[in-house]
Design a binder for this molecule. Structure first.
Ligand code: IMP
Length: 443
């Protein structure tokens, strides 16, 4: 039995809170894609942990695995592990030897390409963590993998092949100076030492074998998707996407567990009760334009704390987008959903959702495949009875039926449209502020 947690929107749906809630029943929590572009905030007993690479299960003494589908910046990894140790935790993190390493030149190239694209207004708005350039090298068969760090000779060979190419790209194509991020000797020394630390701490694994053995021994495994469906490289709003597959299929390819295994388990889509987006790309239900709407967006942004965990950027805000959720549910095959931040919409004068889109005079129910057509979509809005502010701590204690009726109508509607039952409702940031209707590990 596995549980896969997937972001249904554009990332930042509050997945960490659910991973933390349900991770209690899991022995192993696996990230299967992405890298330190993710931002997980886990609140436990009033303590806040901000993580970008270490799986959030590590806060609860689980084994955290970074699967082969991840791109790993070892500097970030060790910084996070050291910081957690300083706070008295002892995270057990394993890294797939098949995962690719984010090298300093990847981060530089991420910035350089964004800068170049921005001249024509085409930048993606990446997190600047080198994610795209690292996946490019993976697919281009010139990447450095975690396993390569363990073998100095192999590491040297890989660097000697790839670094001069990167240097030439910076100098000859972009006309910039290449710094120490493009120096083979300096890179070799630093990354060989990183390999030694990884080996000393016994952190590297053959991910597929490791998970097979843990499952054979009866362990429960949770897959923790980072980012969200609409920034998936295949199913998102290309090119305004990240370079991996946050959708549920990625759990199999990104960890070496068969799709029959993840497919027999539960796939839970995490939904935020409204929409936020960092970076560029269409957002038909975006709240902008006239002053009144801007005030509403500002209000939601402040109340929901909608500022990037990784970059601190203010997020764009919109009403819940149902065509997006239908798409997400189909792509990942949701067996259930969790809806977060329902409290943030409380006390508004109006609550709306984008029920469908109008595109070229026709009503459409899911997201068009091209980003240009999606950008032309106008939302067909549906109004809901607003719900008041209440004592959310009391509601959390009393359960689902204690939610204001407007909020329950909203949740029932979302569940019907997505075609999956509500497993949990988030009404505040702490784990105790999540109403649980069903634990997916109970099947
Ligand atoms: P990258 O993943 O840094 O290459 O960024 C590509 C796009 O994905 C940009 O629009 C980012 O803002 C977005 N993105 C990446 N990671 C996250 C995340 O964890 N939450 C929300 N957006 C993200």
């Amino acid at each position: 039995m596995t549980v896969t947690i997937v972001g249904s929107q554009l990332g930042d749906e509050g997945k960490g809170a659910l991973v933390d809630l349900w991770g209690g029943a899991a022995d192993v929590v696996v990230r299967y894609q992405g890298g330190d572009n993710a931002g997980h905030t886990v609140v436990e007993g009033g303590e806040e942990y901000k993580l970008s690479l270490v799986p959030s299960g590590a806060v609860r003494d689980k084994v955290g695995v970074l699967g082969n589908g991840c791109v790993v910046n070892p500097r970030t990894l060790f910084d996070e592990i050291d910081a957690l140790r300083e706070r008295g935790l002892d995270p057990d993190v394993r890294v797939a030897e098949r995962a690719h390493v984010i090298m300093p030149y990847h981060r530089r190239l991420d910035g350089i390409e964004e800068e170049a694209k921005s001249e024509s207004g085409d930048e993606v708005g990446t997190t600047g963590r080198g994610i795209g350039p690292t996946y490019e090298d993976k697919v281009g068969r010139r990447g450095v993998r975690v396993g390569d760090l363990l073998d100095p000779e192999v590491l040297r060979d890989r660097l000697e092949y790839v670094v001069p190419q990167k240097r030439a790209l910076v100098e000859k194509v972009f006309g910039l100076d290449a710094d120490e991020a493009f120096d083979v000797d300096a890179l070799y020394e630093e990354y060989r030492e990183i390999g030694e630390r990884l080996a000393e701490e016994g952190m590297t694994v053959n991910c597929s074998d490791f998970l097979y053995e843990r499952r054979q021994a009866g362990d429960e495994v949770m897959f923790e998707g980072a980012q969200g469906t609409l920034i998936d490289i295949d199913h998102g709003s290309y090119p305004y996407v990240t370079s991996s597959n946050p959708t549920a299929g990625g759990a199999a390819t990104g960890s070496g567990v068969g799709p029959t295994v993840t497919g027999r388990g539960e796939v839970v889509g995490i939904v935020k009760a409204y929409l936020s987006r960092v970076g560029k790309g269409p957002m038909p239900t975006e709240l902008d334009g006239d002053d009144r709407e801007e005030t509403l967006a500002d209000h939601i942004r402040e109340k929901g704390g909608e500022f990037g965990t990784v970059t601190g950027r203010p997020r764009r805000i919109g009403w819940l987008d149902i065509p997006m959720l239908r798409h997400a549910s189909r792509v990942s095959g949701f067996t259930g959903i969790a809806v977060n931040h329902v409290d943030v919409l409380a006390g508004l004068d109006e609550v709306q959702v984008g029920h469908a889109y109008e595109l070229d005079g026709e009503e459409v129910e899911t997201i068009p495949s091209t980003t240009e057509r999606w950008a032309r979509c106008e939302p067909v809005l549906k109004e809901f009875e607003p719900w008041p502010e209440v004592d959310w701590t009391a509601v959390a204690g009393d359960g689902y039926d204690a939610l204001p009726s407007g909020a329950r109508d909203y949740l029932n509607y979302v569940s019907d449209e997505v075609g999956a039952p509500v497993y949990a409702v988030g009404i505040g940031p702490d784990r105790a502020e999540t109403i649980e209707l069903h634990d997916p590990f109970e099947g």
